[in-house]
Write a protein that binds this ligand. Sequence first.
Ligand code: CTP
Length: 405
Amino acid sequence: MLDNQKILVCVTGGIAVYKSVSLVSKLTQAGAQVKVIMTKSAMEFVTPLTFQAISRNDVFFDTFDEKDSRVIAHIDLADWADLVIVAPATANVISKLANGIADDMVTTTLLASTSEIWIAPAMNVHMYENKAIIRNIKSLDQDGYKFIEPSEGYLACGYVGKGRLEEPEKIVNLISNHFERNTYFPLKGKKVVVTAGPTRERIDPVRYVSNFSSGKMGYAMAQAAQALGAETVLVSGPVELDKPIGVTVIEVESADEMLQAVLSHYEDASIVIKSAAVADYRPKEVQLHKMKKKTGDSQIELERTTDILQVLGSKKTSQLLIGFAAETQDSIRYGKEKIERKNLDYIIVNDVTDPDGGFGNDSNVVTLLSSKGLNRPFPAMTKKKLANELLETICIEESDSLNDR
Ligand code: CTP
């Protein structure tokens, strides 16, 4: 199941250390190569010899005890690991990590690691609810650390509540899923076209009509499609973002240019994701020269741009068509109505008034609706994480139909 995956388990000092023994044992039995680092406090509960015997590897606990003179142990361990897991993670290690403190073998290795780091907290319920701990967990979450939430139940201190280290079986399952997902390319051989950002509709050579879209959601969707194995084309309006790696980017300015770019990639596309905030109107006439101000008020006559998504919907053959809807009220009702009107397969409905989401924010909170009646809310999370979850959900929903697209 975990054949030769290299997992570094960092054990810090709490009563739940006994569960880490079981975790290391299960990981080893599943075929993983496991190395263990312990803090001094962890060694008050279980000796390094226990972990050494179970992992069949040296156990590390002293930054200055270099077992192999050819390498620096904490850097070598950090580089070695495919995945690092801190279990149990005490309030102390969480707080040190959140502040970049490196004063022992566990924390120096964690700071040196570029692999994914998972943190499985275990502590008294009141410690877990302490404001400093909540703050530190939030800041680690924003830094990209993943958390395995503690479960609720009887705690060693006598309290009943949230704070128990998650059961080793569950942690092993999560780790297996993680490695499976990294070899999971459901969009391999598929072409995915994503649009992102605002469009600009020129008034004259120095002015335009536009909107506040940052492009972050569309760029995250393109990166997520690429990570799931798709050949990805991103048609982007003017934004201030780095180009996603491994994605072909076509830069456009107006709704009309976006329409042409998308149409030229539509026929052989398997999936089209329209995250762009396309301007609905453009100036009826574009002035060749800069407009001069005059006394009194002024008016600019606007005309409708082409609804790109509607055109794609009307030309749809085998493509899976995914739209976005930015709403400020009645978002589900409007979303359903747009699925019908634009002949979509999915729409990702976005209430732009929600403080956790909307234009420019790094996070978003949405509901995924489908023409088949799916109605799945996604809680607030980073746009990058959300893009992955949305696309993975759609891949699972469409697992039977993807081959024919
Ligand atoms: N869209 C498009 N072309 C347009 C306008 C919108 O392709 N000219 C697409 C957007 O990319 C998005 C979806 O339509 O995927 C919904 O956009 P939204 O602005 O929420 O809705 P509209 O259809 O413009 O409807 P309304 O303005 O009435 O909310």
